[in-house]
Design a protein around this ligand. Structure first.
Ligand code: HEC
Ligand code: HEC
Length: 345
């Protein structure tokens, strides 16, 4: 009798579990939020900004555009280099971050020295190591281009000005938002949007404490932190210059030495190498470094691979196209062969 009772309870429980529909995650309790599509963007200004983003006349010798270091189609909005190269092959001081979803960051640049995308856009145009141009020359050249003149007059009451150039570029950048990632679908309740292994990766990303810093819509971009909370990163990766002082260069506050904006991980699978100094070649190396210096621990390879798989679910769609690469396209052969050892594809 007792046996039948137990059996019935088990059957009932199994039925109840299988009949329960997939419950949407309680978003207010998740550390990561889905990205909303861009809205209320002036299409004229955005189109103008797009043409400026690809316009080499913004650089002093007309050799490079913004896209030179922020390649949208194939490099996830970055350039795939340790450090970027400006006009005359001048090597920059830090690694190029992605422009995708930059609009969601609470400030711009690794050290947060620009509060807005407009302010940010002024930087590369006049920076000696990047486009090395000056405003009088840019205004004169763009003004002598009839169609450019026309486009500015249509979009802005005061035509071509430096402020309108940076505003148009920033408006375009506000369209570089990547909603609809598989992970966002999962967050919104579609259990089948990501695999069991990817779910495991997300669980690990939470339990290891990565979310203490990489969180919010952009899985980063809303805090400043040093790359060495638990261990001295700069002891092992000696500083190569002033750029390594990070936020200190902006505030002059000692507590800000070596502090950087926590980068967004939305595009991480597309934007190797990593860190402000480009010192980390691969995702597995980066995550190992993160674990050592931020968490003071070692993460087993199987867990690293699961986290990498989770990171693959994060890039969304842009212009109707999924930006997520095939896992096999991971730029990093070491990670792949490691992954193959633990988890053959
Ligand atoms: C020579 C390469 C190069 C060029 C050209 C260039 N950038 Fe960048 N960009 C970088 C680098 C490197 C950084 C990081 C600099 C820093 O943090 O000090 C950066 C940072 C940014 C950021 C901040 C992203 C973030 O998350 O903080 C945005 C936005 C951006 N660039 C947009 C542009 C635009 C718009 C242009 C054209 C007007 C442009 N870039 C031209 C290399 C370049
Ligand atoms: C205490 C804050 C903190 C924690 C915890 C943390 N990170 Fe980071 N993460 C950072 C900072 C700061 C950087 C940038 C370091 C730099 O540029 O020097 C970074 C960079 C990265 C990057 C490189 C991104 C890029 O575009 O360069 C990846 C990938 C990353 N973290 C993954 C992780 C993972 C996975 C975990 C958990 C195992 C983790 N992080 C834990 C603060 C943190």
């Amino acid at each position: 009798m007792k046996c039948i009772y137990i059996l019935m309870t088990i059957t009932m429980a199994a039925w109840f579990l299988s009949a329960t529909p997939a419950v949407a995650l309680d978003l207010s309790r998740e550390p990561i939020q889905p990205i909303s599509p861009p809205h209320s963007i002036d299409p004229q200004k955005a189109a103008l900004g797009k043409s400026l983003f690809f316009d080499r006349r913004l650089s002093v010798d007309h050799s490079i555009s913004c896209a030179h270091c922020h390649e949208l189609e194939s490099k996830g909005g970055a350039d795939g280099l340790k450090r970027s190269f400006g006009v005359d092959g001048r090597e920059g001081l830090v690694n190029s971050p992605t422009v995708f979803n930059a609009a969601l960051n609470f400030s711009q640049f690794w050290d947060g020295r620009a509060a807005t995308l407009e302010q940010q856009a002024k930087g590369p145009i006049t920076s000696h190591l990047e486009m090395a141009n000056n405003w009088p020359q840019i205004l004169q050249q763009l003004s002598s281009d009839q169609s450019m003149m026309q486009a500015f007059n249509n979009a802005y009451t005061d035509g071509i000005t430096a402020a309108n150039i940076t505003n148009a570029i920033a408006t375009f950048e506000r369209t570089l938002i990547t909603p609809d990632s598989r992970f966002d679908h999962y967050l919104k309740g579609d259990e089948s949007a990501i695999t069991t292994e990817e779910k495991k990766g997300y669980a690990l990303f939470k339990t290891y404490g990565c979310v203490a810093c990489h969180q919010g819509r952009n899985v980063g971009g809303n805090l400043y932190q040093t790359p060495g909370v638990m261990n001295d990163y700069f002891k092992d990766f000696p500083s190569t210059g002033k750029a390594d002082l990070g936020r200190f260069n902006v505030t002059g506050d000692k507590a800000d030495r070596h502090r950087f904006k926590v980068p967004s991980l939305r595009m991480a699978v597309l934007t190797a190498p990593y860190f402000h100094d480009g010192s980390q070649a691969t995702l597995s190396e980066t995550i190992r470094t993160m674990a050592k210096y931020q968490l003071g621990r070692k993460i087993p390879t199987a867990d690293i691979n699961a986290i990498i798989r989770f990171l693959y679910t994060l890039p969304g769609r842009w212009q109707g196209k999924a930006l997520e690469p095939q896992y096999q396209h991971e730029l990093d052969a070491a990670t792949l062969s490691e992954a193959a050892k633990v988890d053959p594809l």
